[in-house]
Design a protein around this ligand. Structure first.
Ligand SMILES: *Cc1c(COP(=O)(O)O)cnc(C)c1O
Length: 389
Protein backbone atom coordinates (compact mmCIF):
# COMPACT_ATOMS: atom_id res chain seq x y z
CA UNK A 1 0.00 0.00 0.00
CA UNK A 2 1.20 3.54 -0.71
CA UNK A 3 2.95 5.26 2.23
CA UNK A 4 0.99 8.36 1.27
CA UNK A 5 -2.31 6.85 2.26
CA UNK A 6 -3.45 7.36 5.84
CA UNK A 7 -3.00 4.09 7.64
CA UNK A 8 -6.69 3.26 8.17
CA UNK A 9 -7.08 0.06 6.17
CA UNK A 10 -4.95 -3.00 5.60
CA UNK A 11 -6.07 -3.82 2.06
CA UNK A 12 -5.44 -7.17 0.39
CA UNK A 13 -2.73 -6.81 -2.25
CA UNK A 14 -5.20 -7.22 -5.10
CA UNK A 15 -6.65 -4.39 -7.18
CA UNK A 16 -9.65 -4.77 -9.42
CA UNK A 17 -9.78 -2.96 -12.71
CA UNK A 18 -13.15 -3.96 -14.09
CA UNK A 19 -16.46 -5.49 -13.07
CA UNK A 20 -19.61 -6.88 -14.61
CA UNK A 21 -22.57 -8.06 -12.54
CA UNK A 22 -21.19 -10.22 -9.73
CA UNK A 23 -17.81 -10.62 -11.46
CA UNK A 24 -14.60 -8.65 -10.93
CA UNK A 25 -11.29 -8.81 -12.79
CA UNK A 26 -7.90 -7.94 -11.30
CA UNK A 27 -4.87 -6.35 -12.96
CA UNK A 28 -3.65 -9.74 -14.18
CA UNK A 29 -6.98 -10.60 -15.80
CA UNK A 30 -7.96 -13.12 -13.09
CA UNK A 31 -11.73 -13.32 -12.56
CA UNK A 32 -13.42 -13.31 -9.12
CA UNK A 33 -16.94 -13.81 -7.85
CA UNK A 34 -17.89 -10.93 -5.56
CA UNK A 35 -19.68 -12.12 -2.41
CA UNK A 36 -19.22 -8.86 -0.51
CA UNK A 37 -20.35 -6.11 -2.95
CA UNK A 38 -18.02 -3.48 -1.51
CA UNK A 39 -19.68 -4.11 1.86
CA UNK A 40 -23.24 -4.30 0.64
CA UNK A 41 -22.98 -1.32 -1.69
CA UNK A 42 -23.11 -2.71 -5.24
CA UNK A 43 -26.38 -4.54 -4.72
CA UNK A 44 -27.22 -4.39 -8.43
CA UNK A 45 -23.74 -5.58 -9.38
CA UNK A 46 -20.84 -3.87 -11.09
CA UNK A 47 -21.01 -1.79 -14.25
CA UNK A 48 -24.80 -2.04 -14.48
CA UNK A 49 -25.59 -0.58 -17.92
CA UNK A 50 -28.66 1.42 -16.82
CA UNK A 51 -26.76 2.89 -13.87
CA UNK A 52 -23.69 3.70 -15.97
CA UNK A 53 -26.01 5.34 -18.45
CA UNK A 54 -27.84 7.54 -15.96
CA UNK A 55 -24.56 8.63 -14.31
CA UNK A 56 -23.09 9.57 -17.65
CA UNK A 57 -26.24 11.41 -18.75
CA UNK A 58 -26.54 13.42 -15.56
CA UNK A 59 -22.77 14.08 -15.37
CA UNK A 60 -22.91 15.69 -18.77
CA UNK A 61 -26.01 17.68 -17.80
CA UNK A 62 -25.50 18.95 -14.21
CA UNK A 63 -23.62 17.51 -11.24
CA UNK A 64 -23.97 20.02 -8.43
CA UNK A 65 -25.71 23.25 -7.51
CA UNK A 66 -25.85 22.94 -3.72
CA UNK A 67 -28.90 22.97 -1.49
CA UNK A 68 -29.33 26.75 -1.75
CA UNK A 69 -31.55 25.96 -4.73
CA UNK A 70 -34.23 23.40 -5.38
CA UNK A 71 -32.98 20.05 -6.69
CA UNK A 72 -35.84 18.29 -8.50
CA UNK A 73 -34.05 14.91 -8.59
CA UNK A 74 -33.54 15.10 -4.83
CA UNK A 75 -37.25 15.87 -4.37
CA UNK A 76 -38.14 12.93 -6.59
CA UNK A 77 -35.83 10.64 -4.61
CA UNK A 78 -37.27 11.82 -1.28
CA UNK A 79 -40.77 11.07 -2.55
CA UNK A 80 -39.78 7.56 -3.63
CA UNK A 81 -38.00 6.82 -0.34
CA UNK A 82 -40.83 8.23 1.73
CA UNK A 83 -43.24 5.97 -0.14
CA UNK A 84 -41.10 2.88 0.35
CA UNK A 85 -40.50 3.51 4.06
CA UNK A 86 -43.86 5.11 4.97
CA UNK A 87 -42.06 8.20 6.22
CA UNK A 88 -42.74 11.85 5.44
CA UNK A 89 -39.45 13.72 5.08
CA UNK A 90 -35.91 12.74 4.10
CA UNK A 91 -32.51 14.40 4.64
CA UNK A 92 -29.64 13.50 2.32
CA UNK A 93 -25.98 13.29 3.31
CA UNK A 94 -23.12 11.37 1.78
CA UNK A 95 -22.59 8.32 3.96
CA UNK A 96 -24.15 6.05 6.52
CA UNK A 97 -22.48 7.82 9.42
CA UNK A 98 -23.96 11.14 8.28
CA UNK A 99 -27.42 9.60 8.19
CA UNK A 100 -26.86 8.47 11.80
CA UNK A 101 -25.69 11.95 12.84
CA UNK A 102 -28.89 13.40 11.41
CA UNK A 103 -31.03 10.85 13.28
CA UNK A 104 -29.24 11.62 16.55
CA UNK A 105 -29.58 15.38 16.10
CA UNK A 106 -33.31 14.94 15.48
CA UNK A 107 -33.92 12.97 18.68
CA UNK A 108 -31.77 15.36 20.71
CA UNK A 109 -33.73 18.31 19.30
CA UNK A 110 -36.98 16.56 20.25
CA UNK A 111 -35.63 15.83 23.73
CA UNK A 112 -34.80 19.49 24.26
CA UNK A 113 -38.22 20.53 23.00
CA UNK A 114 -39.65 18.33 25.74
CA UNK A 115 -37.44 20.02 28.32
CA UNK A 116 -34.94 17.17 28.72
CA UNK A 117 -31.48 18.74 29.21
CA UNK A 118 -29.48 15.59 28.51
CA UNK A 119 -31.56 13.46 26.17
CA UNK A 120 -30.38 9.85 26.05
CA UNK A 121 -30.51 7.21 23.33
CA UNK A 122 -30.59 3.49 24.07
CA UNK A 123 -28.13 1.67 21.80
CA UNK A 124 -27.17 -1.98 21.56
CA UNK A 125 -24.16 -4.05 22.50
CA UNK A 126 -22.08 -5.04 19.45
CA UNK A 127 -23.89 -2.51 17.26
CA UNK A 128 -22.17 -0.61 14.47
CA UNK A 129 -23.27 2.86 13.39
CA UNK A 130 -20.19 4.37 11.75
CA UNK A 131 -16.91 6.15 12.45
CA UNK A 132 -17.77 9.82 13.04
CA UNK A 133 -17.70 10.91 16.69
CA UNK A 134 -21.39 10.53 17.56
CA UNK A 135 -21.75 7.40 15.41
CA UNK A 136 -18.73 5.71 17.00
CA UNK A 137 -19.96 6.68 20.45
CA UNK A 138 -23.26 4.95 19.64
CA UNK A 139 -21.39 1.92 18.34
CA UNK A 140 -21.14 -1.03 20.73
CA UNK A 141 -17.51 -1.89 20.14
CA UNK A 142 -14.53 -0.84 22.24
CA UNK A 143 -12.28 -1.45 19.22
CA UNK A 144 -14.09 1.31 17.33
CA UNK A 145 -13.99 3.74 20.29
CA UNK A 146 -10.67 3.08 22.04
CA UNK A 147 -8.24 5.97 21.87
CA UNK A 148 -10.78 8.50 20.67
CA UNK A 149 -12.20 9.61 24.01
CA UNK A 150 -13.90 11.77 25.12
CA UNK A 151 -16.85 10.07 23.48
CA UNK A 152 -20.12 11.83 22.76
CA UNK A 153 -22.28 11.30 25.84
CA UNK A 154 -25.93 10.36 26.16
CA UNK A 155 -25.86 6.72 25.10
CA UNK A 156 -27.30 3.97 27.26
CA UNK A 157 -26.12 0.49 26.29
CA UNK A 158 -28.42 -2.54 26.29
CA UNK A 159 -27.97 -6.15 25.14
CA UNK A 160 -29.41 -6.85 21.66
CA UNK A 161 -32.52 -9.01 21.40
CA UNK A 162 -33.35 -8.54 25.09
CA UNK A 163 -36.73 -6.88 25.66
CA UNK A 164 -36.52 -7.11 29.46
CA UNK A 165 -33.31 -5.10 29.52
CA UNK A 166 -35.11 -2.27 27.71
CA UNK A 167 -38.07 -2.50 30.11
CA UNK A 168 -35.69 -2.22 33.04
CA UNK A 169 -34.13 0.92 31.57
CA UNK A 170 -37.59 2.39 31.02
CA UNK A 171 -38.35 1.96 34.73
CA UNK A 172 -35.18 3.70 35.91
CA UNK A 173 -34.26 6.30 33.34
CA UNK A 174 -36.22 9.47 32.67
CA UNK A 175 -34.05 11.12 30.05
CA UNK A 176 -34.41 8.56 27.26
CA UNK A 177 -35.75 9.92 23.99
CA UNK A 178 -35.07 7.05 21.60
CA UNK A 179 -33.93 3.51 20.94
CA UNK A 180 -31.57 3.07 18.02
CA UNK A 181 -30.75 -0.35 16.58
CA UNK A 182 -29.96 -2.34 13.49
CA UNK A 183 -32.94 -4.65 12.73
CA UNK A 184 -30.30 -7.26 11.87
CA UNK A 185 -26.85 -6.54 13.28
CA UNK A 186 -24.28 -6.54 10.49
CA UNK A 187 -20.77 -5.97 11.84
CA UNK A 188 -21.73 -7.99 14.92
CA UNK A 189 -21.79 -11.07 12.69
CA UNK A 190 -25.26 -11.05 11.09
CA UNK A 191 -27.32 -11.29 14.26
CA UNK A 192 -31.02 -11.84 13.54
CA UNK A 193 -33.24 -11.07 16.54
CA UNK A 194 -36.21 -13.20 17.60
CA UNK A 195 -39.47 -12.66 15.67
CA UNK A 196 -41.55 -10.00 17.40
CA UNK A 197 -38.55 -8.20 18.92
CA UNK A 198 -39.04 -4.99 16.93
CA UNK A 199 -42.78 -5.00 17.60
CA UNK A 200 -42.09 -5.22 21.34
CA UNK A 201 -39.59 -2.38 21.13
CA UNK A 202 -42.15 -0.36 19.20
CA UNK A 203 -44.72 -0.76 21.96
CA UNK A 204 -42.19 0.13 24.67
CA UNK A 205 -41.38 3.26 22.66
CA UNK A 206 -45.07 4.11 22.39
CA UNK A 207 -45.67 3.59 26.11
CA UNK A 208 -42.77 5.84 27.04
CA UNK A 209 -42.99 8.48 24.32
CA UNK A 210 -39.66 7.43 22.79
CA UNK A 211 -38.66 7.43 19.15
CA UNK A 212 -37.65 4.21 17.38
CA UNK A 213 -34.67 4.63 15.06
CA UNK A 214 -33.81 1.72 12.76
CA UNK A 215 -30.34 1.74 11.23
CA UNK A 216 -30.98 0.02 7.90
CA UNK A 217 -27.72 1.15 6.34
CA UNK A 218 -26.60 -2.45 5.77
CA UNK A 219 -29.88 -4.40 6.03
CA UNK A 220 -31.93 -2.13 3.79
CA UNK A 221 -32.70 -1.85 0.09
CA UNK A 222 -33.86 -5.41 -0.60
CA UNK A 223 -30.84 -7.07 1.03
CA UNK A 224 -32.97 -9.25 3.34
CA UNK A 225 -35.81 -9.91 0.90
CA UNK A 226 -37.88 -6.82 1.69
CA UNK A 227 -37.27 -3.17 0.92
CA UNK A 228 -36.16 -2.76 4.55
CA UNK A 229 -35.48 -5.45 7.15
CA UNK A 230 -37.86 -4.01 9.76
CA UNK A 231 -40.67 -4.62 7.25
CA UNK A 232 -40.50 -8.33 8.05
CA UNK A 233 -42.46 -7.23 11.12
CA UNK A 234 -45.50 -5.04 11.56
CA UNK A 235 -43.69 -1.93 12.78
CA UNK A 236 -43.13 1.62 11.64
CA UNK A 237 -40.00 3.34 12.90
CA UNK A 238 -40.01 7.08 13.58
CA UNK A 239 -36.63 7.42 11.90
CA UNK A 240 -34.81 5.21 9.41
CA UNK A 241 -31.23 5.53 8.19
CA UNK A 242 -30.22 4.14 4.81
CA UNK A 243 -27.08 4.41 2.72
CA UNK A 244 -24.78 1.72 1.28
CA UNK A 245 -26.72 0.37 -1.73
CA UNK A 246 -28.81 3.47 -2.33
CA UNK A 247 -26.85 4.72 -5.36
CA UNK A 248 -25.08 1.40 -6.05
CA UNK A 249 -21.65 2.94 -5.33
CA UNK A 250 -22.02 6.69 -5.53
CA UNK A 251 -21.75 8.17 -2.02
CA UNK A 252 -25.11 8.85 -0.40
CA UNK A 253 -26.79 8.48 2.97
CA UNK A 254 -30.33 9.35 3.95
CA UNK A 255 -32.28 9.86 7.14
CA UNK A 256 -36.04 9.43 6.70
CA UNK A 257 -38.52 10.39 9.39
CA UNK A 258 -42.23 10.61 10.09
CA UNK A 259 -44.42 12.40 12.61
CA UNK A 260 -42.69 14.71 15.09
CA UNK A 261 -39.28 13.44 13.94
CA UNK A 262 -40.01 14.69 10.43
CA UNK A 263 -40.69 18.19 11.73
CA UNK A 264 -37.82 18.52 14.22
CA UNK A 265 -35.34 20.31 11.95
CA UNK A 266 -35.72 23.74 10.41
CA UNK A 267 -33.55 25.80 8.04
CA UNK A 268 -30.07 26.44 9.41
CA UNK A 269 -30.05 23.58 11.91
CA UNK A 270 -28.56 20.88 9.71
CA UNK A 271 -27.06 20.58 6.26
CA UNK A 272 -24.57 19.08 3.86
CA UNK A 273 -22.74 20.72 0.96
CA UNK A 274 -22.80 17.69 -1.31
CA UNK A 275 -25.89 15.97 0.09
CA UNK A 276 -28.49 14.92 -2.46
CA UNK A 277 -26.87 16.53 -5.50
CA UNK A 278 -28.46 15.96 -8.91
CA UNK A 279 -25.95 13.26 -9.92
CA UNK A 280 -26.33 11.03 -6.88
CA UNK A 281 -30.07 11.67 -6.46
CA UNK A 282 -30.92 10.79 -10.03
CA UNK A 283 -28.73 7.68 -9.80
CA UNK A 284 -30.48 6.61 -6.60
CA UNK A 285 -33.86 7.12 -8.33
CA UNK A 286 -32.71 4.69 -11.03
CA UNK A 287 -31.52 2.20 -8.38
CA UNK A 288 -34.92 2.26 -6.66
CA UNK A 289 -36.76 1.95 -9.99
CA UNK A 290 -34.62 -1.05 -10.99
CA UNK A 291 -35.07 -2.68 -7.59
CA UNK A 292 -38.82 -2.41 -7.99
CA UNK A 293 -39.17 -3.36 -11.68
CA UNK A 294 -36.79 -6.34 -11.40
CA UNK A 295 -38.23 -7.57 -8.08
CA UNK A 296 -34.78 -7.48 -6.50
CA UNK A 297 -36.26 -8.16 -3.05
CA UNK A 298 -37.83 -11.36 -4.37
CA UNK A 299 -34.57 -12.41 -5.96
CA UNK A 300 -32.66 -11.72 -2.74
CA UNK A 301 -35.19 -13.80 -0.81
CA UNK A 302 -34.94 -16.73 -3.24
CA UNK A 303 -31.15 -16.69 -3.57
CA UNK A 304 -30.81 -16.18 0.17
CA UNK A 305 -33.09 -19.12 1.00
CA UNK A 306 -31.19 -21.28 -1.46
CA UNK A 307 -27.79 -20.35 -0.01
CA UNK A 308 -28.84 -20.67 3.63
CA UNK A 309 -30.35 -24.11 2.94
CA UNK A 310 -27.25 -25.18 1.04
CA UNK A 311 -24.96 -24.04 3.85
CA UNK A 312 -27.09 -25.75 6.49
CA UNK A 313 -27.24 -28.99 4.53
CA UNK A 314 -23.56 -29.13 3.90
CA UNK A 315 -22.10 -27.59 7.08
CA UNK A 316 -24.49 -28.37 9.92
CA UNK A 317 -22.49 -31.36 11.13
CA UNK A 318 -19.09 -29.77 10.49
CA UNK A 319 -17.47 -29.50 13.94
CA UNK A 320 -15.95 -26.02 13.53
CA UNK A 321 -19.31 -24.43 12.59
CA UNK A 322 -21.07 -22.79 15.52
CA UNK A 323 -24.07 -21.24 13.78
CA UNK A 324 -25.38 -20.35 10.33
CA UNK A 325 -27.53 -17.20 10.37
CA UNK A 326 -29.11 -14.83 7.95
CA UNK A 327 -32.02 -13.37 6.08
CA UNK A 328 -32.07 -12.95 2.33
CA UNK A 329 -28.56 -12.27 1.11
CA UNK A 330 -27.24 -11.12 4.48
CA UNK A 331 -25.55 -14.31 5.63
CA UNK A 332 -23.18 -15.13 8.48
CA UNK A 333 -21.42 -18.38 9.30
CA UNK A 334 -19.98 -18.30 12.79
CA UNK A 335 -17.00 -20.58 13.41
CA UNK A 336 -15.35 -21.81 16.58
CA UNK A 337 -12.00 -20.66 15.27
CA UNK A 338 -10.32 -17.47 14.19
CA UNK A 339 -11.16 -17.13 10.51
CA UNK A 340 -9.42 -13.99 9.21
CA UNK A 341 -7.04 -16.00 7.02
CA UNK A 342 -10.04 -17.34 5.06
CA UNK A 343 -10.31 -14.01 3.22
CA UNK A 344 -6.99 -14.66 1.50
CA UNK A 345 -7.73 -18.35 0.94
CA UNK A 346 -11.07 -17.43 -0.68
CA UNK A 347 -9.38 -14.85 -2.92
CA UNK A 348 -7.03 -17.56 -4.17
CA UNK A 349 -10.10 -19.61 -5.06
CA UNK A 350 -11.59 -16.61 -6.85
CA UNK A 351 -14.22 -15.49 -4.31
CA UNK A 352 -14.40 -12.25 -2.32
CA UNK A 353 -15.77 -12.64 1.18
CA UNK A 354 -15.49 -10.80 4.46
CA UNK A 355 -14.81 -11.83 8.05
CA UNK A 356 -16.36 -9.91 10.91
CA UNK A 357 -15.65 -10.20 14.65
CA UNK A 358 -12.75 -12.54 13.74
CA UNK A 359 -14.89 -15.68 13.61
CA UNK A 360 -17.84 -14.94 11.34
CA UNK A 361 -17.77 -15.39 7.57
CA UNK A 362 -20.00 -12.60 6.28
CA UNK A 363 -21.56 -12.79 2.84
CA UNK A 364 -23.26 -9.81 1.21
CA UNK A 365 -23.25 -10.78 -2.48
CA UNK A 366 -24.85 -8.59 -5.13
CA UNK A 367 -28.61 -9.20 -5.07
CA UNK A 368 -28.57 -10.03 -8.79
CA UNK A 369 -26.48 -13.22 -8.45
CA UNK A 370 -27.84 -16.17 -10.41
CA UNK A 371 -28.20 -19.76 -9.21
CA UNK A 372 -24.89 -20.87 -10.66
CA UNK A 373 -23.02 -18.03 -8.95
CA UNK A 374 -24.79 -18.75 -5.66
CA UNK A 375 -23.76 -22.41 -5.97
CA UNK A 376 -20.19 -21.43 -6.67
CA UNK A 377 -20.01 -19.17 -3.60
CA UNK A 378 -21.52 -21.92 -1.44
CA UNK A 379 -19.06 -24.44 -2.83
CA UNK A 380 -15.95 -22.33 -2.19
CA UNK A 381 -17.07 -21.26 1.29
CA UNK A 382 -17.99 -24.82 2.31
CA UNK A 383 -14.71 -26.24 1.08
CA UNK A 384 -12.77 -23.59 3.03
CA UNK A 385 -14.72 -24.36 6.20
CA UNK A 386 -14.31 -28.11 5.72
CA UNK A 387 -10.55 -27.66 5.26
CA UNK A 388 -10.49 -25.71 8.51
CA UNK A 389 -12.34 -28.52 10.30
C1 LIG B 1 -21.74 0.67 7.15
C2 LIG B 1 -22.65 0.99 8.26
C3 LIG B 1 -22.68 2.29 8.84
C4 LIG B 1 -21.73 3.37 8.43
O1 LIG B 1 -21.83 3.75 7.10
P1 LIG B 1 -20.66 4.60 6.42
O2 LIG B 1 -21.17 4.88 5.03
O3 LIG B 1 -19.42 3.75 6.42
O4 LIG B 1 -20.48 5.83 7.21
C5 LIG B 1 -23.63 2.53 9.82
N1 LIG B 1 -24.48 1.57 10.23
C6 LIG B 1 -24.48 0.33 9.71
C7 LIG B 1 -25.46 -0.68 10.19
C8 LIG B 1 -23.54 0.00 8.72
O5 LIG B 1 -23.51 -1.25 8.24
Amino acid sequence: MSPHLMNTYAPAPVAFVRGEGAWLWDEDGKRYLDAISGLGVCALGHAHPAIADVISKQASTLIHTGNLFRIPWQEKLAEKLAGITQTERVFFGNSGAEAIECALKIVRAIGHEKGIDNPGVIVMEHSFHGRTMAALSATGSRKVQAGFEPLVSGFIRAPFNDVEAIETISEHSHDVTAIMLEPIQGEAGIRVPDPGYLEKLRSICDENGWMLIVDEIQSGLCRTGRWYAHQHEDVLPDILTTAKALANGLPIGACAARGAAAEALSPGRHGSTFGGNPLVSRTACTVLDLMRSEDIAGRARQSGDFMLDAFRNRLDSTPVVREIRGKGLMIGIELDAEANHLKKAALEKGVLLNITRDTVIRLLPPLIIDREQAEQIVDVVCSLVEELA
